[in-house]
Design a protein around this ligand. Structure first.
Ligand code: AVJ
Length: 319
């Protein structure tokens, strides 16, 4: 049953958090915040795709190039007849670069959005008729007990996109530890954005066309659409500085004036210049990432970087 392509299987005990509850909670804190996982509704996902095409945003292009260039060596590391498990699979674009070369026995994309996952899996199934697909609806940050896939040898995790950067180091360690447990001894291929010239980082999160600003403000527009809030998104400014001591880009929405917003019958006041924290994007050096991985029970067994050291694909093996 679980091998039937396009049967989207919800993993027990996982449920998407409630946007309303998180927003009410986050806006009640002394330092107002909105968790970055809420960026990705339909409009936000579309805006993120547009970010990936921006001249200033090097991450997606670089990672795609690294995957294509090193797929044969990655395939050797992974071994024959594996099951690939992708955490937060999204549009299933990058995995295509692996499928032809790795030739896995099965592919298990995990995503929180069941309808979306169903659609993209169906498309993939048509392109790869021999591949066993096992889409799982789950929050990839949870401890996941993924049942074994009959016929597959090793399991390999795939966590591209630099998404690990959205987690504080302690949370990132916990996440990598849980992934290690759900991969049953298999390795993890992970994309990591690297520490670099602050000006380059700044440009990547403050693009000239204003797409990242629109992506940030979409959180407020989404609250209006889904929850009937009355934010005026343009009454907030996109602000995304690189913090070089914490080695992360910090993203904020800064209230341009003194204003108040009503959400589910509750009023929230914003002082002029008050900031809502919306995202952190942590950057690593190969060494600082190896240390993070080590704390989570992983050995950095191989790494591939571009000539400018913008981005790293890392292959982790369980200790
Ligand atoms: C999807 C988390 C990798 O941190 O670069 C892009 C999200 N935020 N521009 C990143 C993002 C602003 C992105 N990740």
């Amino acid at each position: 049953m679980m091998e039937t392509p396009c049967t989207v299987v919800p993993l027990a005990g996982t449920r998407d958090d409630d946007f309303a509850q998180c927003l009410l909670h986050g806006l009640s804190r002394p330092q107002k915040e909105i968790p970055c996982k809420y960026f990705y509704d339909e409009e936000g996902s579309r805006l993120y795709e547009a970010i990936c095409e921006l001249p200033e945003y090097y991450q997606t292009r670089t990672e795609t190039m690294l995957l294509a260039r090193h797929a044969p060596e990655i395939a050797r590391r992974i071994g024959p007849q594996p099951e690939i498990v992708e955490f937060g699979a999204g549009a299933l674009k990058k995995v295509r670069l692996l499928l032809d070369v790795v030739r896995p026995r099965g592919y298990t994309p995990i995503d929180i959005s069941g309808d979306y996952l169903m659609g993209v899996t169906q498309t993939l199934a048509a392109e790869y008729p021999g591949l066993t697909l096992r889409p799982l609806v789950a929050d990839f940050t949870a401890a996941l007990a993924i049942p074994p896939l009959p016929g597959a040898h090793a399991r390999a995790g795939f966590f591209p996109g630099g998404t690990i950067g959205n987690f504080r180091p302690e949370a990132a360690t916990g996440l990598l530890r849980r992934m290690r447990a759900s991969l049953n001894g298999g390795g993890l291929l992970i994309g990591v954005d690297l520490v670099k010239d602050p000006a380059r980082l700044h440009a990547a999160y403050n693009d000239a066309a204003g797409v990242t600003a629109a992506f940030n403000k979409n959180l407020l527009a989404r609250a209006n659409r889904e929850l009937g809030a009355d934010f005026v998104p343009d009454a907030f400014a996109h602000y995304a500085p690189y913090n070089p001591t914490a080695r992360r880009v910090e993203m904020y929405l800064v209230s341009q004036t003194r204003q108040s917003v009503t959400l589910r019958g509750r009023r929230f006041d914003f002082a002029a210049g008050e900031a809502v924290h919306t995202e952190d994007s942590h950057k690593y050096t190969p060494d600082s990432f190896a240390e993070l991985a080590l704390n989570a029970g992983w050995r950095l067994a191989a790494q591939w970087r571009d000539a400018d050291d913008l981005f790293m694909l890392a292959w982790l093996e369980a200790l």
